[in-house]
Design a protein around this ligand. Sequence first.
Ligand SMILES: Nc1ncnc2c1ncn2[C@@H]1O[C@H](COP(=O)(O)OP(=O)(O)OP(=O)(O)O)[C@@H](O)[C@H]1O
Ligand SMILES: [Mg+2]
Length: 1041
Amino acid sequence: MAEPPLAVRRRSRLGSAPKRSRPPAGPSAACSPLALKRANTGGEGVPAQRPYCNDSEEDMFGDYNSFCEDDSLLAQVLDTEHTRPRDAETDVKAAGEFVLEGLPSGIDQRKQDNSSASETGVICGGDTEHGFQTPENDPLDNKEDLGDSLLDELPSSQLLYFAEMRQPSTGSERSAGTKKIDMSKCSSLDKIWRASSPCPDSEHKNRSTEFSSDLKSDSCKNTSLKDHLKNALTENAKAQTLKVSKTKQLKEAILSEEICVARKAIGSSSVDIGPFYGLPSKVKDLFWQLRGIETLYEWQHDCLTLECLQQRKNLIYSLPTSGGKTLVAEILILQELLCMQKDVLMILPYVAIVQEKVWGLSNFGIELGFLVEEYAGSKGRFPPIKRRCKKSLYIATIEKGHMLVNSLIETDRIGDLGLVVVDELHMLGEGSRGATLEMTLAKILYTSKSTHIVGMSATLNNVGDLQKFLQAEYYTKNFRPVELKEYIKIRDTIYEVDSKAENGFTFSRLLNFKYSSNLKKADPDHIIALVTEVIPKYSCLIFCPTKKNCENVASMVCKYLNKEFRSHREKEKQDLIKDLKNIGNGSICPVLKQTIPFGVAYHHSGLTNDERKSIEEAYSRGVLCLLACTATLAAGVNLPARRVILRAPYVANDFLKKNQYKQMIGRAGRAGIDNAGESILIVQEKDKHLVQDLVTSPLENCYSNLLPEFTKIAVTQEEVYNFLCHTLLGVQQQLLSKEKSLSELVKDGLESLIEKGLLTVKIMEKDQNSKTALAITRLGKAAYKGSIDLSYCNLLYKELKKGLEGLVLESSLHLLYLATPYDMVSNCSPNWMIYLRQFNQLSAAEQTVADMVGVPESFIAKKASGQAIRKNVDSASVNRLYLTFILYTLLKETNIWSVSEKFNLSRGYVQNLLTSAASFASCVLHFCEQELEEFWVYKALLTELTKHLTYCVKTELIPLMEVAGVLEARAKQLYNAGYKTLAHLANANPETLVKTIEHLSRRQAKQIVSSAKMLLTEKAEALQEEVELLLKVPTDIPGTS
Ligand SMILES: Nc1ncnc2c1ncn2[C@@H]1O[C@H](COP(=O)(O)OP(=O)(O)OP(=O)(O)O)[C@@H](O)[C@H]1O
Ligand SMILES: [Mg+2]
């Protein structure tokens, strides 16, 4: 075997380290709603924690490297996987080429049974994107006779789905899930469009005929729709330049008139609220063109027409995974932006999901004339720029959403926010991030009566508490467009999860496989048998408890896969390998190199963002058919998966929680991508009873994580108390804090803040009555603005102050130290030899930095040579400086691969450090910026540093990487192809991009162009606003009246 992957080497080293304890709240756990250290959530065990999160990174349940104690069965499994393949490899070599005996390989099956493909209606293998057939009698044929350009807009996974829908089939041949879809296509959904289409206004009637909004009528209309869509797309293509054509002006005039009418209709709060839920019919067209969504589900219509929404009441809605919750939220957002003319904040759990959404909604922004602004990592302005005409949709992570709300409250602009949408509302119960979310929502509720809150989730239980907290109505429906069948596997038996059965499962079938004795040893859990039932024809995800386990599973499966798997989409797999090599500047992880030819890969936080993106894209296109992943892929993602396998009912060491389980299995059978889905949980006999509880128990409750926090809104102790009464903690106080009442908690909390110098008490004299009031100190305000965790804001102040006495500016090292995130320090264990080597490479001036921050050279040297140390040196400073060295090397070399090798760390870890540092640097910048005048010098320095950390690439690539979704590898390609500025990208022709940039699909090209256009518009608007402000004649010029 080739040299073990760096990532694996590092992981084994980390694996031996003690399991991470709960991390301190990230700096952007914003003015620290101090996390309440509850021992369990809903009696289901300690909530798994994310390792560090300056901003939401992707692993949902943690970044564990090891999950088993030596004596656990899982440890043995892990061990078997780790060691057996090697034994087996020897066996393979001894016995010549090993072929999996008698396994129902997807390829073999496909060969034997061509009809099965058409029976289930799935186009497999080959060129699915061009493999459409339009059977004459297909009832769907006319309306789905899409133009090529229209199809190009759709995700390729959805193309596959459309192709499938077009296969000739009889009712009996279809699966239950398909039947459901068909039924819905012919029934009430039809009415929904029709009902929503007509507009009382005659102009709208004309327009709606012109745009043929009833997509399902006769073929004549279909032709006109097709023509219209083609025209619209041609128009879009033409509109690449910033010149305003007459047609465009006309279109805009029509659109703005429609918006105007819709706004009036909404204003009059009539039940009929316009052509498309109060929105121009263009919106409906856009959902079709950009998402392939033609009709709303019945529940979506019901939900959108709820009376409480018309009365602008808050709403929580809950539907199973893949129920289509996002579309409802998006329509509500568009109503708010276009009809109510208010800004909107959308809060999503992770950076990657925010970026995906920015990317996905930029097109809508360009077409409908609003701005989409990204608030994630170090991106986002506080307070946001006040726009003259256009409204803004802020798409934010939990942390940045909190900062944004803080800044709007601070500047008295919170009323500008008409709507706040929270996706994955159950995150309220997740540690310090949940506390931050709770604080954000509580502040909005307290300060702005006109801001409307809408939250959604698939996994809520104690909705009553949440409703009370959010003063919200509740809508729920047990609807999943694609049926999801749940199974568990014990030994070689598959049981179906059945809530009606006594113990929760009923026998389904015996697993059909024939294993050699070697294979039995290597794969005791029959993973290969389970995956080869579906791949490569369909896609499959295997959730594994740890990162290491993902890699082992991927390798093990490939060792025993039939050789024919290699020939499936061979060229595209080679391209993917080439792509990954480019990303790694010539290096590729040996595990991926070995597995990708079989269409298999792993996916976890040890990969760099670029690698992750490439792998996800290849998987959605069907080039890869199996991903072994951690919970990274569990929440909110829309990837194809006919089957989801849970390799064990564990996330790291912890037994799976019900909502984790539901989120993971919910990735199977996504609407619009697949027409069936199933999950199989692999269970060991010893865990059988726990799993019975898991599948039969209700979802966990969502509990507040908030401890009393000083507030910027209330000024007296009573007001603070009052404020807290309106939080989820207030609702659940008797349950969560039995020993202390809420007022005692408030008193303690305030005392601790006063002690920390963040609050002071003032006596207010009013009408001869004196009253004590709380006042926030400068430090308190700075911590609030920077969203600095209160547990280390004093330390940060002290260190920045000390820096003023002699900041070493020969290089960025000293400044970097000050921006190195505190919350990663406790998890860092330096390699002393590397530490010393790095220290020795510093210039004399740089070496003095170490001394200044309290890490003497002698300490590092002694540690490296293994000598005893008598001197007391603060280990936090030592660790922090080590992290600074990594960051410093990264900024110099801008190559994650070589730096991770230098420091013997996984590239994912290095990338996470960089992302955290960028985010923390921006927090420190906001900390210094306004309140603490003594830190004026840091403003300029940290602005630049944040930018460098955010992109960590050669300066010339930065303008391209500002565009959502353009990562380093893509930026390099674009730059080399001559697209050197944002304007180049915004005015690029997507067709030319596809031709000149390798591995860029038409859909991606269009998204890049629209994101670039959005960013350019946003920047131009900001400058125009500045100009206007500058030229505005003051009304109070002395001497003029
Ligand atoms: N009316 C519709 N017609 C066809 N497809 C739809 C419709 N509504 C949503 N979809 C598609 O269904 C898929 C799943 O929708 P969505 O992501 O909103 O699910 P969700 O309810 O948010 O699930 P999760 O809880 O897992 O995040 C998406 O691909 C979306 O485009
Ligand atoms: Mg969702």
